[in-house]
Ligand binder design. Sequence first.
Ligand code: MN
Length: 240
Amino acid sequence: MATLLISDLHLEAQKPEIGEQFLQFLSNDANDADALYILGDLFEVWLGDDDPNPYYAGMKTALRRFTDTGVPVFFMHGNRDFTIGEQFAAETGVSILADPVIVNLHGHEVLLSHGDALCTDDVQYQQFRLMTRNPDWQAMMLTKSLQERIAYATAVRQESVARGGEISDEIMDVNQEAVRALFREYDADTLLHGHTHRPAVHDVDLGDRIATRIVLGDWYEQGSVVRWDENGPRLESLPR
Ligand code: MN
């Protein structure tokens, strides 16, 4: 049995091949997993749990069917789907995790994060993140109509793309000092995150020890998964 970790699928109706691969992943790879962790940006844009988007409704149904088989599913917010809330959790059966969080994977204490908070070189984005992760701001946004939320999300995307902050292959990488600070704050040996779309396993020199930073890839061209079993973690790409 293995624990599976994925992130950055960016599911959307306009890219059905990603969703198809995700559904296959749920019914094949993940079927005999002991748990599945989704570390953010499962969806390209989440307007709120009240969004009737039929494509996302289909994905919620698939998640519900999957959690009904008894495999625990944990979800952490990404920068695209940070308004996923309790209604989504109730509908799908997933449990929402804080970011960051330490979990025990087959005897290893592992620090999990989406990863966007580590991209501290993007000062403008960090200001945006601070604002939008505020519960008052989110409550205010969720009182707006879906049309207003779509307009807001579109404007944010355009602004982000215009300044090169988040185009798929130009998305900013993590700041190394922010990474080391997070390792020290949580006294962690292993950090696993997504967001940067740069799948890799890195050694991180903390001075007194070497830690490991595992980065999940996105699902634009193939799947990306960390399979963690009694032999430790393996970062794999899943051919489409
Ligand atoms: Mn992200």
